[in-house]
Write a protein that binds this ligand. Structure first.
Ligand code: AMP
Length: 213
Protein backbone atom coordinates (compact mmCIF):
# COMPACT_ATOMS: atom_id res chain seq x y z
CA UNK A 1 0.00 0.00 0.00
CA UNK A 2 1.28 3.50 -0.88
CA UNK A 3 -0.24 6.55 0.80
CA UNK A 4 0.33 10.28 1.05
CA UNK A 5 -0.11 12.25 4.27
CA UNK A 6 -1.11 15.70 3.10
CA UNK A 7 -1.47 18.70 5.38
CA UNK A 8 0.05 22.00 6.46
CA UNK A 9 3.21 22.22 8.59
CA UNK A 10 2.41 21.07 12.12
CA UNK A 11 -0.58 18.94 11.07
CA UNK A 12 1.09 15.86 12.59
CA UNK A 13 2.16 14.11 9.38
CA UNK A 14 5.53 13.01 10.77
CA UNK A 15 4.05 11.75 14.04
CA UNK A 16 1.38 9.72 12.27
CA UNK A 17 3.83 8.44 9.64
CA UNK A 18 6.06 7.08 12.40
CA UNK A 19 3.10 5.26 13.94
CA UNK A 20 2.25 3.67 10.61
CA UNK A 21 5.87 2.53 10.25
CA UNK A 22 5.73 0.88 13.69
CA UNK A 23 2.27 -0.62 13.26
CA UNK A 24 2.33 -1.69 9.62
CA UNK A 25 6.00 -2.01 8.70
CA UNK A 26 5.64 0.60 5.96
CA UNK A 27 8.49 2.85 4.77
CA UNK A 28 8.29 6.57 5.61
CA UNK A 29 9.68 8.88 2.95
CA UNK A 30 9.93 12.41 4.35
CA UNK A 31 11.55 14.89 1.97
CA UNK A 32 11.94 17.31 4.92
CA UNK A 33 14.00 14.69 6.83
CA UNK A 34 16.07 13.91 3.72
CA UNK A 35 16.83 17.60 3.20
CA UNK A 36 17.73 18.09 6.88
CA UNK A 37 20.06 15.05 6.65
CA UNK A 38 21.72 16.59 3.58
CA UNK A 39 22.26 19.79 5.54
CA UNK A 40 23.70 17.98 8.57
CA UNK A 41 26.10 15.98 6.45
CA UNK A 42 27.13 19.15 4.61
CA UNK A 43 26.56 17.97 1.04
CA UNK A 44 26.53 20.52 -1.81
CA UNK A 45 22.80 20.12 -2.10
CA UNK A 46 22.40 20.52 1.66
CA UNK A 47 24.26 23.83 1.56
CA UNK A 48 22.21 24.97 -1.42
CA UNK A 49 18.84 24.38 0.27
CA UNK A 50 19.69 25.62 3.79
CA UNK A 51 18.66 29.26 3.37
CA UNK A 52 15.52 28.35 1.40
CA UNK A 53 14.40 25.99 4.16
CA UNK A 54 15.15 28.44 6.96
CA UNK A 55 13.04 31.06 5.19
CA UNK A 56 10.19 28.56 4.89
CA UNK A 57 10.13 28.51 1.08
CA UNK A 58 9.95 25.35 -0.99
CA UNK A 59 13.11 23.90 -2.51
CA UNK A 60 12.99 23.12 -6.23
CA UNK A 61 10.81 20.35 -7.61
CA UNK A 62 13.87 18.91 -9.35
CA UNK A 63 15.73 18.36 -6.05
CA UNK A 64 12.89 16.73 -4.13
CA UNK A 65 11.74 14.58 -7.06
CA UNK A 66 15.35 13.38 -7.42
CA UNK A 67 15.46 12.45 -3.72
CA UNK A 68 12.20 10.50 -3.94
CA UNK A 69 13.23 8.72 -7.14
CA UNK A 70 16.49 7.61 -5.53
CA UNK A 71 14.65 6.17 -2.51
CA UNK A 72 12.03 4.41 -4.63
CA UNK A 73 14.80 2.87 -6.75
CA UNK A 74 16.52 1.66 -3.57
CA UNK A 75 13.45 -0.40 -2.57
CA UNK A 76 10.68 0.46 -0.15
CA UNK A 77 9.54 -2.54 1.89
CA UNK A 78 5.94 -2.60 3.10
CA UNK A 79 4.80 0.23 0.84
CA UNK A 80 5.38 3.95 1.28
CA UNK A 81 4.01 6.74 3.44
CA UNK A 82 4.88 9.93 1.58
CA UNK A 83 5.30 12.60 4.26
CA UNK A 84 5.69 16.18 3.04
CA UNK A 85 5.83 15.09 -0.60
CA UNK A 86 4.34 15.95 -3.05
CA UNK A 87 3.96 19.67 -2.29
CA UNK A 88 3.28 20.99 -5.81
CA UNK A 89 1.25 19.82 -8.78
CA UNK A 90 4.50 19.16 -10.70
CA UNK A 91 5.69 16.89 -7.86
CA UNK A 92 2.33 15.08 -7.84
CA UNK A 93 2.55 14.44 -11.59
CA UNK A 94 6.15 13.22 -11.23
CA UNK A 95 5.18 10.89 -8.37
CA UNK A 96 2.33 9.41 -10.43
CA UNK A 97 4.75 8.75 -13.30
CA UNK A 98 7.43 7.25 -11.01
CA UNK A 99 4.95 4.88 -9.36
CA UNK A 100 3.39 3.90 -12.70
CA UNK A 101 6.86 3.04 -14.02
CA UNK A 102 7.24 0.67 -11.07
CA UNK A 103 3.86 -0.91 -11.83
CA UNK A 104 2.24 0.50 -8.72
CA UNK A 105 0.20 3.54 -7.66
CA UNK A 106 -1.34 5.42 -4.77
CA UNK A 107 -3.97 3.77 -2.59
CA UNK A 108 -5.02 6.81 -0.58
CA UNK A 109 -4.22 10.44 0.09
CA UNK A 110 -5.05 11.40 3.67
CA UNK A 111 -5.68 15.10 4.07
CA UNK A 112 -5.08 16.09 7.72
CA UNK A 113 -7.15 19.18 8.53
CA UNK A 114 -5.92 21.42 11.37
CA UNK A 115 -6.78 25.09 11.83
CA UNK A 116 -4.05 27.72 11.66
CA UNK A 117 -4.12 28.71 15.37
CA UNK A 118 -3.42 25.12 16.39
CA UNK A 119 -0.59 24.91 13.86
CA UNK A 120 1.13 27.97 15.26
CA UNK A 121 0.81 26.63 18.82
CA UNK A 122 2.13 23.21 17.83
CA UNK A 123 5.06 24.44 15.81
CA UNK A 124 6.37 27.14 18.10
CA UNK A 125 6.29 24.65 21.02
CA UNK A 126 7.77 21.71 19.09
CA UNK A 127 11.03 19.88 19.73
CA UNK A 128 12.25 16.47 18.58
CA UNK A 129 14.56 13.81 19.95
CA UNK A 130 17.93 14.12 18.20
CA UNK A 131 18.33 10.33 18.14
CA UNK A 132 14.96 8.93 17.05
CA UNK A 133 12.92 11.95 15.91
CA UNK A 134 10.14 11.49 18.52
CA UNK A 135 8.14 14.74 18.59
CA UNK A 136 7.51 16.66 21.85
CA UNK A 137 5.41 19.73 22.61
CA UNK A 138 6.11 22.11 25.51
CA UNK A 139 2.40 22.16 26.36
CA UNK A 140 0.76 18.91 25.32
CA UNK A 141 3.69 16.46 25.47
CA UNK A 142 6.64 17.93 27.36
CA UNK A 143 10.09 16.31 27.40
CA UNK A 144 10.06 13.95 30.45
CA UNK A 145 11.44 15.44 33.65
CA UNK A 146 14.34 12.93 33.66
CA UNK A 147 15.40 14.46 30.33
CA UNK A 148 15.17 11.11 28.50
CA UNK A 149 13.20 10.41 25.34
CA UNK A 150 10.30 8.04 26.09
CA UNK A 151 10.90 6.21 22.82
CA UNK A 152 14.68 5.64 22.78
CA UNK A 153 16.14 7.11 25.99
CA UNK A 154 18.06 9.76 24.01
CA UNK A 155 18.98 12.93 25.88
CA UNK A 156 19.53 15.36 22.99
CA UNK A 157 16.51 17.41 21.89
CA UNK A 158 16.42 19.84 18.97
CA UNK A 159 14.24 22.69 17.81
CA UNK A 160 14.06 23.07 14.04
CA UNK A 161 15.63 26.25 12.67
CA UNK A 162 12.45 26.88 10.63
CA UNK A 163 10.08 26.41 13.61
CA UNK A 164 9.63 30.13 14.32
CA UNK A 165 6.68 32.42 13.63
CA UNK A 166 8.23 34.19 10.65
CA UNK A 167 9.20 31.02 8.75
CA UNK A 168 5.91 29.48 9.69
CA UNK A 169 4.04 32.31 7.99
CA UNK A 170 5.99 31.64 4.77
CA UNK A 171 5.48 27.87 5.10
CA UNK A 172 1.73 28.31 5.56
CA UNK A 173 1.55 30.61 2.57
CA UNK A 174 3.46 28.05 0.48
CA UNK A 175 1.04 25.37 1.68
CA UNK A 176 -2.13 27.27 0.77
CA UNK A 177 -0.75 28.57 -2.53
CA UNK A 178 1.20 25.61 -3.91
CA UNK A 179 0.22 22.47 -1.97
CA UNK A 180 -3.50 22.82 -1.21
CA UNK A 181 -4.39 22.50 -4.95
CA UNK A 182 -3.39 18.85 -4.48
CA UNK A 183 -6.58 18.35 -2.47
CA UNK A 184 -8.65 18.91 -5.61
CA UNK A 185 -6.14 17.01 -7.75
CA UNK A 186 -6.42 13.82 -5.67
CA UNK A 187 -10.15 14.25 -5.08
CA UNK A 188 -10.62 14.20 -8.85
CA UNK A 189 -8.60 10.97 -8.96
CA UNK A 190 -10.87 9.42 -6.30
CA UNK A 191 -8.01 8.97 -3.84
CA UNK A 192 -8.72 11.72 -1.25
CA UNK A 193 -9.78 11.00 2.34
CA UNK A 194 -10.04 14.00 4.65
CA UNK A 195 -9.73 13.61 8.41
CA UNK A 196 -9.75 15.89 11.45
CA UNK A 197 -6.11 16.22 12.51
CA UNK A 198 -6.83 18.29 15.60
CA UNK A 199 -7.44 15.54 18.19
CA UNK A 200 -5.15 13.43 20.38
CA UNK A 201 -2.45 11.47 18.54
CA UNK A 202 -4.29 8.15 19.15
CA UNK A 203 -7.63 9.55 17.97
CA UNK A 204 -6.10 10.86 14.76
CA UNK A 205 -4.38 7.49 14.26
CA UNK A 206 -7.80 5.79 14.55
CA UNK A 207 -9.23 8.16 11.96
CA UNK A 208 -6.40 7.32 9.61
CA UNK A 209 -6.90 3.58 10.18
CA UNK A 210 -10.62 3.99 9.37
CA UNK A 211 -9.80 5.94 6.24
CA UNK A 212 -7.46 3.16 5.10
CA UNK A 213 -9.85 0.28 5.94
P1 AMP B 1 8.96 19.52 6.41
O1 AMP B 1 9.88 18.80 7.35
O2 AMP B 1 8.16 18.59 5.56
O3 AMP B 1 8.14 20.57 7.11
O4 AMP B 1 9.90 20.32 5.39
C1 AMP B 1 10.81 21.31 5.83
C2 AMP B 1 11.23 22.18 4.66
O5 AMP B 1 11.88 21.37 3.68
C3 AMP B 1 10.08 22.86 3.91
O6 AMP B 1 9.67 24.06 4.52
C4 AMP B 1 10.75 23.09 2.55
O7 AMP B 1 11.67 24.16 2.60
C5 AMP B 1 11.54 21.80 2.37
N1 AMP B 1 10.73 20.72 1.73
C6 AMP B 1 10.38 19.54 2.29
N2 AMP B 1 9.66 18.80 1.42
C7 AMP B 1 9.56 19.53 0.29
C8 AMP B 1 8.91 19.33 -0.96
N3 AMP B 1 8.21 18.20 -1.22
N4 AMP B 1 9.02 20.31 -1.89
C9 AMP B 1 9.72 21.44 -1.65
N5 AMP B 1 10.32 21.71 -0.49
C10 AMP B 1 10.26 20.76 0.49
Amino acid sequence: MNIILLGPPGAGKGTQARRLVDERGMTQLSTGDMLRDARTSGTNMGRKVAAVMDRGDLVTDEIVIGLIEEKLNGGVPGGVIFDGFPRTLAQADALGALLARKGTGLDAVIEMQVDDDALVQRITARSTCGDCGEVYNDVSKPIPSDGKCTNCGGTQFNRRSDDNEESLRTRLLAYYKLTSPLIGYYHAKGRLKSIDGLGEIGTVADEIANALA
